[in-house]
Write a new protein. Structure first.
Length: 319
């Protein structure tokens, strides 16, 4: 079955035009050498023509590679890799914003309960107690987790903007420029680097999000669950002004409060820290770092293969 390439559909003719332009430039150089009987210029043109042919073979291979890449992406995620990565980051940020707002309300409830004082009076003697004082430590930990969520939202927004930049520039500007520059000896190294950079950032980097598809689905489910639990708890402990003035409502609330407080918060807090520490660190820190490392190695090795001697920042770990 033929697979049409739906993402950035106009980059292929641009790449082929760059190869054609390189051939014309080399052909013009050969013609000038023939007119002025310059063996040196004609010899240079012959050598560079072979490099243009090599660039054409690379572009043809890239077409096949792109088709296979989309086939894999469509099979795993049901859409092309860049669209999937962008949708994932935007959807994740939407869920994290809901989670952050829920955490703010949840934290406020816990801090209020921690300061709730119970006064006990027996004839002339009296005492005061704070039965929920232990929630203050939990509230403090939730505040730190909220910071992680906030940083995660910023990180995801930066990644989404980076993907937009990659989608709009790599195959339309960087790749054609790299093809043309690689066709000539003085600029061959930088041209090869630009080609490797475009291919690595456009294909390899977004694909890492697709390969993490299963863990992404699990995390989305976890975030939705914890958001629902927080909303349920926040709603259960809230009293409006009318209820505060109603004795029966207050009596019912105080009667149900111990069961509500000691059962539901434990479930909510446990799930909350599971999402923040396990799932969120995995999705926002570990997977992007792994994706960037894989992309870096790919670009570095492909640039060398294409004939680049540009130092792209030798990480000692991967050098």
């Amino acid at each position: 079955m033929k697979m049409a390439i739906t993402f950035a559909p106009d980059w292929q003719p641009i790449a082929l035009a760059a190869v054609t332009l390189s051939m014309l430039l080399v052909g013009a150089a050969y013609a000038v050498g023939a007119i002025f009987n310059s063996e040196r210029l004609r010899g240079w043109a012959k050598t560079e023509f072979l490099q243009v042919i090599a660039s054409g073979i690379i572009v043809a291979s890239l077409l096949v590679f792109a088709s296979g890449m989309e086939t894999m992406s469509q099979t795993i995620a049901g859409q092309d890799h860049i669209t999937y990565a962008q949708n994932y980051l935007n959807d994740l940020n939407g869920k994290l914003e809901v989670l952050y707002i829920g955490a703010v309300a949840f934290n406020a409830v816990l801090e209020t309960l921690a300061k709730l004082r119970l006064d006990i009076s027996i004839i002339v003697a009296g005492a005061s107690a704070y039965p929920f004082a232990g929630f203050e430590a939990v509230a403090h930990n939730i505040e730190m987790a909220m910071t992680v969520i906030f940083v995660s939202i910023i990180s995801n927004a930066v990644q989404a903007n980076l993907l937009t930049f990659i989608q709009s520039t790599m195959m339309f500007y960087f790749l054609p420029a790299g093809i043309i520059l690689r066709s000539f000896n003085p600029t061959r190294s930088i041209g090869a680097f630009l080609m490797a950079l475009a291919i690595g950032l456009y294909f390899v980097f977004p694909l890492t999000y697709v390969l993490a598809n299963e863990s992404i689905i699990k995390m989305n489910t976890d975030i939705q669950d914890i958001s629902d639990q927080m909303s349920a708890f926040n709603s259960a402990v809230q009293l409006d002004q009318q209820n505060l003035l109603d004795v029966n409502s207050m009596k019912n609330f105080i009667t149900a409060l111990p069961v509500l407080v000691w059962n539901l918060p434990g479930q909510v807090v446990g799930k909350f820290f599971q999402v923040v520490i396990a799932d969120l660190f995995m999705q926002v820190l570990i997977l992007p770092a792994l994706g960037m490392a894989i992309t870096y190695i790919f670009i570095r090795q492909l640039a060398r293969f294409l004939g680049s001697y540009v130092d792209v920042g030798a990480w000692w770990l991967f050098a």
